[in-house]
Design a protein around this ligand. Sequence first.
Ligand code: SF4
Length: 242
Amino acid sequence: MTTGSVHSWDVATAVDGPGTRFVLFLSGCPLRCLYCHNPDTWHMRDGHRMTVDEVMVEVAKYQRFIEVAGGGLTISGGEPLLQPDFTAEVLHRAKQLGLHTALDTSGFLGARASEELLTDTDLVLLDIKSWDPVIYRHVTGGEVAPTLEFARRLSALHKPMWIRFVLVPGHTDAEDNVAGIASFVSTLDAVERVEVLPFHKLGAPKYAALGIPFPLADVPSPDTDLVRRVRDQFAGCGVPVH
Ligand code: SF4
C-alpha cells in the first residue's frame, strides 16, 4: 500500500487550477525559494503518513461538490514529484473517479514523473521561477535546467500547462530575465496561460512561527507599473497572460 507524507488539504476556488478544487499539499521540497509562502511544507518528516485510500476517502467527501463546481483535484506542496509514486497513484485514482487533475510543480524533479503519471494529469501548473541560471539559483537554491527540460517534455506531449512566474522586485524582475522566460514559453505547445504572481508577504507569520528569518522581509510587493511591464513582456511574445 503506497503511503505519502501529507501536509494538509483544502477545498479552494480560483487558485491551483480551474473551478473549485480539492488541493492536496504534500510535505517535502528540494528547493528553498526566498519567497516561499509554505515553509511549513519543506520537510517530508513534518508531514503525516497517509495511504492513498485514506486520501481518497477525504476526496470522496467533496467529490459531488467539486463536480458540480466544474473543478477537480490538484496535487501541490511542497513538491509533489518528491513522492512520485504516491502522487501518481492519487492522480490515477482521481482520474478513475472522473475528476479533472492538476499537478502543481516547480519542475525541478520533472524527470521523476513517469509517462503514466503524466497521462493521468490533465493540467500542469509549472513554476518557472527565473530564466537566468544565476538568478534562479539565488531565488531557489536549485538549477533551472531540469524545469526547462520538463517544460519541453510536456510540450512534446501537448500537455496543457499554466506557467507561473512570481514577480519579486529586485530579484526576479530584470527585463532580460523576464524576456528569457517569455520567449521560451512562446516556443512551447499547449500553454493555456501565464500567471504573473506579484510577490506578497502573507507567508511571513509562518516563518515567525517556525523561528526562521523571512529572507524577503524588507522587499516590497511590485507596484502596478512593474506588474504591467512584466505582463506586457509576456503578452508581447504572444502568450496569454492572466
Ligand atoms: S518550490 Fe514551492 S514549496 Fe518549494 S520552496 Fe519553492 S515555493 Fe516553497
